[in-house]
Design a protein around this ligand. Structure first.
Ligand code: NAD
Length: 292
């Protein structure tokens, strides 16, 4: 019997790559429910697969911010038992905190946190009844450590980490494995899709010159980080496949060791000052304004 997998956010990036990879499995081990907000974007997935694959792929409409669309998708899948749920839909928000609008902040939390919660709520009761299942959640390095000019995004991913760590404790006796996958920079449309003030845009106009200067330096840092160090989707998919296939997947898997030294510093010095200094110097250069 096939392993059934439902994935959110399949119109691009990691979700698209994972859906295509599983649906194209040569041994046809998987039945994939690839879900997305806008079904018209399903064309990309079908193109990638060279046409319809009715026995391994079904494309469903699912907007994680819309409870009705979630209920409808769950209804369609519920007849089939669901083995693996992948909460992958996510959006970014960058910029000085002073420029983040209420609306933009709410959207980030609606998708990244409440979207993941709603999706898990929709499929958890059936998994519990069967006492089997896996939940994989796309987190981020930004869910493990604070990143400059990503405070609201990091807040949403830290929240996802707390949510999942708490939930995983209760899921143990039900034999349901929950895994957080923390990606660093990955070559997807994530950077293009995220909301951020443009360097010359009006959102930065009321901002003090010093913060604006730091933000521009951050944008440069970010650009070169993505250019030089971003992983390809195929590379991070290995981590998802491992979480789907291994008998006892861990709670957390990072896809890259790029930030391991910073993370170690953060743990070794729990008061946080060594991490702040190291991250500041990495992004903005040595010296600077933060003196102790
Ligand atoms: P992406 O922008 O290509 O994919 C995100 C997908 O989520 C898109 O297809 C988008 O349409 C979908 N989405 C957004 N709002 C939605 C909603 N309301 N309902 C359903 N789907 C919605 O970027 P990606 O890199 O593939 O991102 C996938 C996940 O990985 C996200 O959770 C992201 O936070 C995380 N991540 C990405 C990176 C990176 O550098 N690319 C780094 C760390 C974590």
């Amino acid at each position: 019997e096939k392993t059934t997998v439902l994935i959110t956010g399949c119109s691009s990036g990691i979700g698209l790559g994972l859906a295509a990879r599983l649906a194209a499995d040569t041994a046809r081990r998987f039945k994939v429910y690839a879900t997305m907000r806008d079904l018209a974007k399903g064309e990309r997935l079908l193109e990638r697969l060279g046409g319809h694959c009715p026995d391994t792929l079904e494309v469903l409409q699912l907007d994680v911010t819309d409870p009705r669309s979630l209920a409808a998708a769950a209804q369609q899948v519920q007849g089939q038992r669901l083995d693996v749920l992948v909460c992958n839909a996510g959006v970014g928000l960058m910029g000085p905190l002073e420029t983040c609008s209420d609306q933009a902040m709410k959207t980030i939390f609606e998708v990244n946190l409440f979207g993941a919660i709603r999706t898990i709520q929709a499929f958890l009761p059936a998994m519990k009844r069967r006492r089997a299942g896996r939940i994989i959640v796309s987190s981020s390095i930004g869910g493990l450590q604070g990143l400059p000019f990503n405070s609201v995004y990091c807040a949403s991913k830290f929240a996802v980490e707390g949510l999942c760590e708490s939930l995983a404790i209760v899921l143990r006796p039900f034999n349901i494995h929950l895994t957080l996958v923390e990606c660093g920079p990955v070559n997807t449309s994530f950077l293009a899709n995220l909301q951020r003030p443009e360097p010359e845009g009006s959102e930065l106009q009321g901002l003090d010159a010093e913060t604006r200067g730091l933000y521009l330096r951050y944008l440069q840092h970010c650009r070169s980080l993505f250019q030089d160090r971003a992983q390809e989707v195929e590379e991070v998919l290995q981590v998802f496949l491992e979480a789907i296939g291994t008998p006892c997947p861990p709670l957390r898997c990072v896809t890259t060791q790029l930030f391991a030294p910073l993370r170690r510093l953060r743990v070794a010095s729990p008061d946080g000052s060594a991490y702040l200094r190291a991250m500041h110097d990495l992004v903005f250069g040595h010296g600077g304004e933060a003196r102790h």
